[in-house]
Design a protein around this ligand. Structure first.
Ligand code: GUN
Length: 293
């Protein structure tokens, strides 16, 4: 079997067209332009590249977007002041503080300082709590994007055995909660594997839908996958540079052999990645829409 490619890039483009249309309506009917601020502290090259991509997409959608680049030695009180400035700025509907932050800054403290109504990353405990109980919430962008990708590719989650590899707060835990909900596009039976899981392959081989967010290249090999499974690879691992200095990225799944067994698989790049940024824009649009009512 050769797996169908789930092209996140194309699905993301489709969603972005919908966002653009709704943003135009919001502008013409309510004179509101969705506003997003991205805050970057320090010079981590991967973070710089993610933030650039977020800003570029915001511009393309006609959003009001601000980029705050702060030096690596920014103090925690100064960063808290910056967050507060945008908490009370009516032109800003979404605030994103790019992680990781430098070690001298308490990440939790900063994330808790963001107004939950502007927390378009969905990392504030108020939004995490709402997500877990199935109340309206900003969902974290990568898991939200994975769910949308499954829905829009016609993958049935209802009653499916979903196995997740990785228990991070950004991907593993939230996607488990999202797919567990009693709701359309969810209703799955969910297992979460992690570094202390015994006999990992016994779990992964049961999966109808296998979601891998381990942060390790080739963490999932072909012998760990059930024939016909849908495989979602969330990994972004830099394994080198091209002669031009561009980053060479691979996922967490041993792509070639696994794609001979799976029924569908997301590529890296061009799979989950473009969905993440798109869902950030969708959350920002929704924050702007809510500000109107
Ligand atoms: N760093 C890696 N992923 C993310 C994300 O989704 N949001 C933020 N703010 N930082 C990140």
């Amino acid at each position: 079997m050769t797996a169908k490619l789930i092209k996140g890039k194309e699905i993301a483009a489709e969603i972005r067209a919908e966002i653009k249309q709704q943003a135009d309506v919001l502008k013409s009917e309510k004179s509101i332009t969705p506003g997003l601020v991205t805050i970057l502290v320090g010079e981590n090259p991967a973070s710089q590249s993610y933030v650039r991509a977020k800003q570029k997409t915001a511009h393309e959608l006609g959003f009001h977007s601000i980029q705050e680049n702060q030096p690596a030695d920014t103090t925690e009180p100064d960063l808290l002041k910056l967050v507060e400035k945008y908490n009370i700025d009516p032109a800003i509907h979404g605030i994103l503080v790019q992680l990781p932050l430098p070690k001298h800054i308490n990440e939790t403290k900063i994330l808790y300082a963001i107004d939950p109504d502007k927390d378009v990353d969905g990392f504030h405990p108020v939004n995490v709590g709402r997500m877990v109980i199935g109340a309206p919430a900003y969902l974290p962008c990568t898991p939200y994007g994975i769910q949308q990708m499954l829905i829009r590719s016609g993958v049935q989650t209802e009653g499916a055995e979903v196995v997740i590899v990785g228990r991070s707060n950004i991907v593993g835990k939230p996607i488990a909660n999202i797919l567990l909900q009693k709701a359309a596009g969810a209703n799955a039976t969910v297992t979460v594997c992690h570094t202390r899981t015994k006999n990992m392959a016994d779990h992964t081989r049961r999966a109808d839908i296998l979601i891998v967010a381990a942060g390790i290249p080739k963490a999932v090999t072909a012998d760990m996958v059930k024939p016909g499974a849908v495989v979602v690879d969330v990994g972004v691992n830099e394994v080198g540079r091209t002669a031009e200095g561009k980053r060479i990225l691979v996922g967490d799944v041993d792509f070639e052999p696994v794609s001979q067994i799976a029924s569908a698989i997301t590529p890296v790049p061009g799979g989950v990645g473009p969905m993440t940024i798109t869902m950030l824009m969708l959350n920002t649009l929704q924050a702007a829409q809510r500000s109107a009512s």
